[in-house]
Design a protein. Structure first.
Length: 403
């Protein structure tokens, strides 16, 4: 008898629809309908955005610590951080994520990262030696200015007045005074898990790439770009270590420029998957799999640039494991994912539907798509076996695969 398929299910979440854990559950349910005897290893993955703190706490035996902090529109929100031994995980999306910005208030020139700084201070209150800040799913573009203000830094205009919240106000920035910066930071390792492809300024700067997604119109995008250029100039002059490239250094644009703000304080900006995936032993669990199924909301040319399916495919390819991607939408440049190890992909929608319906029925659509895709894989396996003369008439071996 052939052994059953061993399938690793390693998706990201679908924004405003499914968490990574819910996506993994939906995919697994669909796969089991097609191959009831398959061994399915569920491995929901996070990229520093929504769900990161909870996922790392679960994976490492840590715990979530609830806190109330300033949300992205200035109102208090219920947030949390994770405590993993002497390391605290601050998930910026938990306190400054786009999902916390009501659609009518989505203006990245006005939203703030102040709550991120408040959670870092809460971590310092717990006596940790290391603070890991997860970047992703942000609703802000203030360059981390709000976070620095919460940590004691003063940002003033030419008249010496403190700047109000939001990235747009940075066009008036004249001076940064770090004299009251929380002294405990000096003895604490500060690490930012971020997408290294995101930079603060220039044609691919964070305002131009992500500003429209956060609610900025064309004029707002240009205003933010100018403001973040000013932010980089004054940060480099008044705070940052000499020689630090805050404009185009890898990760400086993470979470609307939060990466640059924290880097100026001495944080190390590290590729998020190098930091996060070691906690879940992704490579070990991919080894020996017959198939990997990963997923995300949209598969396009950005998927190969620091997104979860791209990273899963890259690692699986190195191990010789085939990869299938399921996506809410298939966008321009999706085929580029084949260059890093994706073997096949499929959209999950059975027919055109309204966005609201797609989000509400995401679990159903994803499970059905996983079933359809695996049935096609099994059909291909059966055809190949039949050509070799190894499949029985009843097809009893559809659960297995020759490795």
């Amino acid at each position: 008898m052939m052994s059953p398929y061993r399938i690793v299910v390693a998706p990201s979440g679908f924004k405003e629809s499914l968490s990574a854990s819910a996506a993994a559950g939906a995919i697994a349910a669909g796969l089991r309908r097609a191959a009831p005897n398959a061994t399915i290893d569920r491995l929901p993955l996070v990229d520093g955005g929504e769900g990161t703190a909870a996922a790392l706490a679960e994976a490492t035996g840590g715990r979530l610590v609830p806190r109330t902090a300033t949300g992205p529109v200035g109102r208090p929100v219920r947030a949390h951080l994770a405590l993993l031994g002497d390391t605290a995980v601050v998930e910026m999306a938990a306190v400054a994520g786009l999902s916390l910005v009501p659609p009518a208030l989505r203006d990245p020139g006005a939203t703030t990262t102040r709550g991120v700084g408040e959670l870092i201070r809460a971590a310092l209150d717990l006596g940790v030696r290391r603070v890991l800040v997860g970047c992703g799913d942000s609703g802000t573009s203030d360059g981390g200015a709000g976070a620095l203000q919460a940590l004691g830094v003063r940002l003033t205009d030419a008249a010496g007045r403190e700047l109000p919240p939001g990235g747009a106000a940075l066009t008036r920035l004249h001076r940064i005074d770090p004299g009251r910066l929380d002294p405990r930071l000096a003895g604490t390792e500060l690490v930012v898990a971020c997408n290294p492809y995101n930079v603060l300024c220039g044609p691919r700067g964070v305002a131009r790439v992500f500003g429209p997604q956060k609610g900025a119109d064309p004029a707002g995008v240009e205003e933010l770009s100018t403001a973040l250029e000013r932010w980089a100039t004054v940060l480099a002059r008044d705070v940052a270590p000499a020689g630090l490239d805050l404009r185009s250094g890898p990760g400086t644009g993470a979470s609307g420029g939060l990466g640059a703000g924290l880097a100026a304080l001495g944080a190390r900006l590290l590729p998020r998957f190098d930091v996060l995936l070691d906690h879940v032993d992704l490579d070990g669990r991919l080894a020996g799999a017959d198939l990997v199924v990963t997923a995300e909301g949209a598969l396009d040319r950005e998927s190969a640039r620091g997104k979860i399916p791209g990273e899963v495919a890259r690692r699986a390819k190195a191990l010789g494991v085939p990869v299938l991607v399921l996506a809410g939408t298939i966008g321009e440049g999706a085929h580029e994912a084949t260059l890093i190890g994706v073997d096949a992909w499929s959209g999950i929608l059975p027919a055109p539907v309204a966005l609201s319906e797609a989000l509400a029925r995401g679990e159903e659509f994803l499970a059905d798509a996983a079933e359809r895709a695996l049935r096609m894989v099994l059909l291909g396996s059966r055809v190949a076996s039949a050509r070799r003369g190894t499949t029985t008439a009843g097809g009893e071996r559809l659960e297995g695969v020759t490795r």
